[in-house]
Structures are given as structure tokens and as C-alpha cells.
Design a protein around this ligand. Structure first.
Ligand SMILES: Nc1nc2c(ncn2[C@@H]2O[C@H](COP(=O)(O)OP(=O)(O)O)[C@@H](O)[C@H]2O)c(=O)[nH]1
Ligand SMILES: [Mg+2]
Length: 358
């Protein structure tokens, strides 16, 4: 999401390596573009080089390029359509213009990245506040006539008041450290400030002075589950459209070690509180996505429900240890493959083999 002409579609294209038409006149309110993006993973690459499987399957993140922006929506219907699209996401990626250009007009007449960030952030806070105020009115009405109201309604009212006070000061819901039970009771609202945010400054090809802006933005939003970074969107989009060898040549010529978009994809993954465990074998080496803190049986269920249902135990070894051992059977002989039960908390980069009965 972001203001018009901030470079949302450009960044989306870079991330998706897809070629959606970059338009100055976004067809606001039209269907959003979606892309499934593979998460670059050096661990998986190294294991694949060792096991030479038929297939390598990285973890994935989905990105949506929401057409149009809240700030330039022509009417309430269009704004609510955009809000609807934002609410269904797990995290928000705020694309902020940080490139100068005489040919691309800025909707506010000048390029001022921190001003734009403030506008976006305030609109999102305002949106949650509006939802809360409506709900509180309703709860107050319902509770007025009951002496001892139903306890859930009372608790919900207290929680919403607490959140409202924080939002009034500009503090987002994701920063309040709410309990799982409270978060669960709020889930149906899909509050926009409860989601993790990534602020992405879209810079020109030579991003002079962006570090300072990033630093100021971090100071503006010193909140949990909030990441601030930058990307030379157009340059990265152009690089992503080249053939791999050609892209390498350009990167060398430009002195770019690692694509910025790889960093952004990995950051998205981390922001969502996701980790990967890996499976290896001659058929497939694969990275599987789980929430941080998931147990071995939950991880097994990610592969197949049968594996969770008939779970016996998991054989687990760290990816680096496996790489050093050179082979699964050697790793077992060396005694570095552990047997773990259902409740084992899976670690990022664990290589697992699930034993199960059907
Ligand atoms: N000069 C310059 N133009 C850019 C850059 N990034 C995007 N643009 C241009 O800005 C315009 C709007 O970009 P677009 O991605 O469609 O913005 P959106 O409305 O946020 O989706 C397009 O003409 C892009 O080519 C950049 O880094 N430098
Ligand atoms: Mg666009």
C-alpha cells in the first residue's frame, strides 16, 4: 500500500519478478495484483547442492499490490474496498516514495518521505479508531440496560477502551503486548495497526541520504513488529527482468553484492514471525513454513495431516551439522541426529525426518 505513484507496482514487480504494467494512473479499486514469491534461502541451496534432489522447493510469501490508495480514493465505496483488501493481509508493506523525478508527479506536489509516512500511519490509526468508536457506542447501548452484563461484552469494552487510549496517542495495537486470548477476541476486527508493518522507502538508483531517513522513520515508529528499510525499486525491477547472467554482470558493474529485494523478502518472512524447517532427500529438498514456537507435531502437520495424526517421533539435525556430516546416514552414525517427541519446539533451520504410522 502507499500513496499514488509511490512505486507500489514497481516494488511489487521487483518482488514478484512479474511484469504487471507500471501505470501512473492506477486503476483504483480494480482487482489487486497477487504474486507468490519464493524466499531466498542459502541453507536450502547448500543442502540441495549436497543432495542433488529432483526438485527444490523454497518457502513462499504472498504479496498483493492493492490497486489505488486510501488517500486518493474517489469515494467511500472505493476506500472501503481498499480497506477490505488490507484487512485480509497478514502484514502491511507501506511503500513510500523517496525518489526524485520531474516526469512522475507526486500527488502532494513535492517529495517528502517522512511526511508521506506520517500520513499513511495516521490514516491507518484513524481507521482502527473509527471501527473501535462505532463498536464502543454499540456496546455501551447494549450494556446500559443490563445490570451485570455478559462478562465477554464487559471485557471487550475494557479492552477496546485500553486500545483506544493507546491509538489516541499514536501507539499501534501490535505494540501493546496483548495476550493471545485478547488478540484472539480482536481477530474478527482485523485491525490494521495490529498487523506487523514494513515501511519501505522506494529510492532512486543512487539512494543518497536514505540512511538518515530510515533512521528518522524508525524513531517515528519505535514499535514492536515494525521494520523500516529501503529499496531502489525501479533498479531492482529492471535487474529482476534480466536473464540471470546478465543481471550478474550488471550487479558487478554497479557494485551490488546482494539484491535488495532478497533482503526485503527475508524481512517479510521474519516480520510475520515465520521460520523454516527443512526436509531433504533424493526427490525433494524443501523449506517448510511454520510459526516460530511451533512443535514437532505441528511441523509434521504442515507436511501432511497424516504425519501429525500418526506422529511417532522426529529425527532432527541442524542444517549446518548435516552439511558438515555430508550425508543423512553419516549424520546418524555420528550420533548428531536427535530423536524428538511431539512437543519439541522446532528451531529455524532444523532438518527433520518425521517417523509416523498410518
Ligand atoms: N525516476 C524514478 N521513477 C520511478 C522509480 N520508481 C518508480 N518510478 C516511476 O514512478 C511511476 C509510478 O510508479 P508505480 O510503481 O506505478 O507507482 P504506484 O502508483 O505506487 O503503483 C512510474 O512511472 C515508475 O516508472 C524510481 O526509483 N525512480
Ligand atoms: Mg500501481
Amino acid at each position: 500500500m502507499g500513496l499514488a505513484s509511490a512505486g507500489k507496482t514497481t516494488v511489487f514487480n521487483a518482488l514478484a519478478r512479474a511484469k504487471v504494467e507500471v501505470a501512473t494512473y492506477a486503476a483504483a479499486g480494480s482487482e489487486p495484483h497477487r504474486a507468490v514469491v519464493q524466499v531466498p534461502d542459502a541453507r536450502l541451496d547448500k543442502l540441495a547442492a549436497l543432495f542433488k534432489p529432483k526438485k527444490v522447493t523454497p518457502a513462499e510469501v504472498r504479496y498483493v499490490d492493492v490497486a489505488g490508495s486510501l488517500q486518493s480514493a474517489s469515494d467511500a465505496a472505493q476506500a472501503s474496498q481498499i480497506i477490505g483488501q488490507l484487512r485480509t493481509s497478514d502484514a502491511l508493506l507501506l511503500v513510500i516514495r523517496a525518489f526524485a523525478s520531474d516526469v512522475v508527479p507526486h500527488p502532494l506536489g513535492s517529495v517528502d518521505s517522512l511526511r508521506d509516512l506520517k500520513i499513511l500511519a495516521e490514516d491507518l490509526v484513524l481507521n482502527d479508531l473509527t471501527v473501535i468508536e462505532k463498536r464502543l457506542e454499540r456496546l455501551d447501548r447494549d450494556l446500559r440496560f443490563v445490570k451485570a452484563g455478559p462478562s465477554e461484552a464487559v471485557r471487550e469494552r475494557e479492552l477496546l477502551i485500553q486500545i483506544k487510549e493507546a491509538l489516541d496517542k499514536g501507539r499501534p495495537i501490535r505494540d501493546l503486548g496483548l495476550s493471545d486470548a485478547d488478540l484472539k477476541s480482536l481477530r474478527s476486527y482485523a485491525f490494521l495497526t495490529a498487523k506487523p508493518w514494513m515501511v519501505l522507502f522506494n529510492t532512486g538508483d543512487s539512494p543518497d541520504g536514505i540512511d538518515k531517513v530510515v533512521e528518522q522513520a524508525r524513531a517515528m515508529l519505535p514499535f514492536a513488529q515494525t521494520e523500516v528499510t529501503s529499496l531502489a525499486g525501479r533498479l531492482e525491477m529492471e535487474l529482476s527482468e534480466l536473464e540471470p547472467e546478465e543481471a550478474e554482470e550488471f550487479k558487478t558493474a554497479l557494485g551490488i553484492a546482494e539484491l535488495g529485494l532478497n533482503r526485503v523478502i527475508q524481512l517479510s518472512y521474519r516480520l510475520l514471525n515465520l521460520i523454516s524447517f527443512l526436509t531433504v532427500g533424493p526427490d525433494e529438498c524443501r523449506a517448510w513454513t511454520i510459526r516460530r514456537g511451533s512443535t514437532a507435531v505441528e511441523a509434521a502437520g504442515q507436511i501432511h495431516t497424516d504425519l501429525a495424526r500418526g506422529f511417532i517421533r522426529a529425527e532432527v539435525v541442524g542444517w549446518e551439522q548435516l552439511l558438515a556430516a555430508g550425508d543423512w546416514n553419516d549424520a546418524k552414525r555420528q550420533g548428531i541426529v536427535r530423536a524428538e517427541g511431539k512437543t519439541y519446539v522446532v528451531q529455524d533451520g532444523d532438518v527433520m525426518n518425521i517417523l509416523f504410522s498410518v
